[in-house]
Design a protein. Structure first.
Length: 78
């Protein structure tokens, strides 16, 4: 019986917490975060089909140091 009571209290606390967060979200600025996410979603939706966009243009460094040499994968031949 104690397990069900604890489970019930956890569920009630969870929904109560969500309700309170929704009420206090504008006070703490979470609304601005939601607006930013919505703007980004709208930008993604406005893209034309077949349009290619590269988000990260940083040059990728090789995963090995120059003094180590390259790793060559091989198979053993019997």
């Amino acid at each position: 019986m104690g397990f069900f009571r604890t489970l019930f209290l956890v569920v009630i606390f969870y929904y109560l917490f969500r309700f309170i967060v929704k009420l206090l979200a504008p006070v703490f600025g979470f609304q601005q975060v939601n607006r930013k996410q919505q703007q980004q979603n709208r930008q993604k939706e406005q893209r034309v089909e077949g349009d290619v966009r590269v988000e990260n243009l940083k040059a990728q460094k090789p995963h090995y140091a120059k003094d180590e040499g390259e790793y060559v994968d091989f198979e053993e031949v019997d």
